[in-house]
Ligand binder design. Sequence first.
Ligand SMILES: *[C@@H]1O[C@H](CO)[C@@H](O)[C@H](O)[C@H]1NC(C)=O
Ligand SMILES: *[C@@H]1O[C@H](CO)[C@@H](O)[C@H](O)[C@H]1NC(C)=O
Length: 332
Amino acid sequence: MALAPLPLFPLLLACLGTSVMSCLQCDRTIRYMHEDFLGRVKGITVQDQMDLKGIIEHAYATYQDTSRQLRGVIDPTTLYQARTEYQSEFRRHWQEHRTDRIQWDMIKIVEKGRRILRKHLERFVAEGLCPNKCGLLFQSVMNCSTCQYLLFTCLSATPTRHCGVYQLQGEEGGQVVLDCFLSWHSLTVGQADYHYFWKPEARNFSAEDGFEAVVVTEDSKIVLNQLSVGEQGVYRCLLLDKHGTELSRMHFILTVTPLPTSTTWPVPALPPLPTLDFRPTRLHRDTLIIILALLTVLSISASLAIIVCFSCSKMAKWQKKERTRQKQKEEI
Ligand SMILES: *[C@@H]1O[C@H](CO)[C@@H](O)[C@H](O)[C@H]1NC(C)=O
Ligand SMILES: *[C@@H]1O[C@H](CO)[C@@H](O)[C@H](O)[C@H]1NC(C)=O
């Protein structure tokens, strides 16, 4: 590791000066940790001190390079994980691995820091950056070169921000829940609302026109109660940000089966739902629980009533017997 020429040093200083919170190479906590170490380390020469400083500054440059090889951005969670892992490794290192050459020890631990950063960045790029498989997401991340936050544009390859079509079935008089929430929606920066539209009686959504606005809501789901056959059709859910930019689009094709006119009880059939987490299943379970609870309460009350009646009649019989006995006594 070359210690003498450090051309990146002025650039780094500029970067450090402006950042509040940043990538590992200019993270305040990490800088304080290094400075604190240099201030506390005993029994070293001025030259040693300068060497250590140079090693740390060079490490900052390598951290920046490492970030740049991996998209050059990081999110706060990943940064936090990398920072805490490096901090604990740093502390452990100086307790366990002291050799005669403090420079060599320092090189080893800052290099370890680079590997830690790389490991976390690789995972972030694979899983955390642009988690949206569809639609458009502006993800808030930090630029590891400037240490400033920016909105990273994550635009999926699917056309027109399309996030799926779901067939829904309801029963006349029943309930159906439309929910177009996708986990990456929670990463959306700033206000965004779900806009629901409806195209009555339509079976497809090939044509853009003919959609009526239903509701604008912060909540991703809407509940259609007391379904009527006339509510069939295509429902469209758009997630729009505060500038009106479309972030995701989902369609639901709703079919409502009319109630059979015969007098037989309709068997409550669960509508086959798409893979999303829809409420009807839960509602159904809740209803079952309520019915079970009611039945339990009813049977307990019935048992109590029987017991009470039984005791009453026993009591009456006993009282009658007692009276007869008393009468007999008086006669004697
Ligand atoms: C980060 O900042 C550098 C320097 O301004 C710039 O060249 C680079 O494109 C930025 N990275 C991203 C992902 O915006
Ligand atoms: C969509 O439905 C309309 C009638 O609602 C029909 O005329 C059209 O052919 C359908 N298109 C497709 C692609 O099925």
